[in-house]
Ligand binder design. Structure first.
Ligand code: GTB
Length: 216
């Protein structure tokens, strides 16, 4: 069945892989599923046709036959559940990999996004100088813990899984702040994720939207 996802027509990062469709593209590439992309403008995202697919008027969405999904966590979990390659077969290992997906989205990503939001939207506010270090510390608290847990392992729980796909995607969002550089094992973990051929194909495809050049 044909899979269609949505992505930004013009991503604010110029196609550097930070918009959340990258995670979905990466998952589809890992499991070898071809997909089409419908590009949407910021205006089109808030129009009824797109709001029917995504109640919050965002990207990415995922369509496959009669199924329409939103939320990258749900989409990646769906892909990982349908196709081999992203979740272990053994039930307990599968549950742990799923826990890492949720940890990435619910525990690690929120402080990273909060810090980014403060930097982008509050730099002209009187509280900015005081608030930024506070939210930055919340990011560091989480990365300290994640770094301790990862140690010198390649991946979070055995082999590469959807949990790593999501965690690497989330950590990539903190790289521009420079914080990741203070955690050599996490920086190496992210680099391992980026070195996966499937990630490379996903990144190139997203960048191609911006450059207008075909990927590769
Ligand atoms: N919880 C949802 C999910 O995981 O799917 C969040 C989806 C979401 O935040 N979508 C964003 C969006 O559609 C794009 S990814 N925003 C438009 C809107 O809300 O009107 C967030 C994002 C956008 C751009 C960059 N960037 O350029 O660096 C990074 C991340």
């Amino acid at each position: 069945m044909t899979i269609t996802i949505t992505a930004f027509e013009r991503s604010p990062d110029g196609g550097q892989g930070l918009a959340r469709d990258t995670r979905v593209r990466w998952a589809l590439e890992e499991v070898g599923q071809p997909y089409g992309v419908r590009l949407v403008s910021f205006r089109a995202m808030k129009e009824p046709a797109h709001m029917k697919l995504h109640p919050f008027g965002q990207i990415p969405t995922y369509e496959e036959g009669d199924l329409a999904l939103f939320e990258t966590g749900a989409i990646v979990l769906h892909i990982a559940g349908r196709h081999a390659g992203l979740l272990p077969v053994e039930a307990d290992a599968r549950a742990r990999a799923t826990a890492w997906m949720f940890a990435a989205l619910n525990t690690v990503e929120p402080p990273i996004v909060e810090r980014e939001t403060v930097e982008l939207l509050e730099s002209d506010k009187p509280w900015y100088e005081e608030r930024l270090p506070l939210v930055e510390q919340r990011v560091r608290d989480r990365l300290d813990q994640l770094s301790d847990r990862l140690g010198d392992a390649d991946w979070l729980d055995g082999g590469f899984s959807a949990g790593d796909l999501m965690m690497v995607s989330v950590l990539l969002r903190s790289r521009a702040s420079g914080i990741l550089d203070d955690y050599p094992n996490l920086a190496a973990y992210v680099a391992r994720g980026e070195a996966r051929p499937a990630y490379g194909r996903a990144f190139d495809a997203q960048l191609a939207v911006f450059t207008g050049q075909p990927p590769g």
